[in-house]
Design a protein around this ligand. Structure first.
Ligand SMILES: N=c1c2ncn([C@@H]3O[C@H](COP(=O)(O)OP(=O)(O)OP(=O)(O)O)[C@@H](O)[C@H]3O)c2ncn1[C@@H]1O[C@H](COP(=O)(O)O)[C@@H](O)[C@H]1O
Length: 110
């Protein structure tokens, strides 16, 4: 199983039967969108900061912070009952379309 699929499964288990006293994931899920969202914002700022750090240490720090962002985003998706498969389908749908083209199709390119 891919690590992301395994993580999705663990988060789903915590959602079903997690105890907020012993599971960080269960605690976040119980806290809701605002709390999960603020963690995503915080971790996103940290990954950007890390990406500006020089050398291999900065690279490793960026990897660690990226893991935090992805984990918290996956908790948010689980909270909204959105599967990784659905997000992957959306990503696949965009293959072959440039980001600029996609933007133009949405808002006239503004
Ligand atoms: N991948 C992760 C993961 N990544 C980051 N984190 C947690 O995210 C938190 C982010 O760091 P912070 O310093 O901001 O956390 P904090 O200050 O304690 O958080 P707040 O009080 O600010 O909410 C830390 O507590 C990390 O341990 C994660 N917690 C859990 N997982 C996965 O989820 C599984 C289940 O975890 P539990 O739900 O805790 O059993 C684990 O085995 C992992 O596989």
């Amino acid at each position: 199983m891919r690590p992301l699929d395994q993580l999705e499964q663990t988060i789903a288990e915590r959602k079903q039967a997690g105890d907020a006293d012993s599971s960080y994931t269960a605690k976040l899920l119980a806290a809701g969108v605002a709390k999960i969202g603020s963690k995503i914002t915080e971790e996103a700022a940290e990954v950007v900061e890390a990406a500006d750090e020089a050398g291999e240490a900065g690279r490793q720090h960026t990897i660690a912070e990226a893991g935090d962002v992805i984990y918290h985003l996956m908790v948010l998706l689980a909270h909204r009952e959105i599967t990784l498969e659905e997000v992957e389908a959306e990503i696949a749908r965009r293959f072959g379309m440039s980001g600029l083209e996609e933007k133009a199709s949405r808002d006239g390119g503004n």
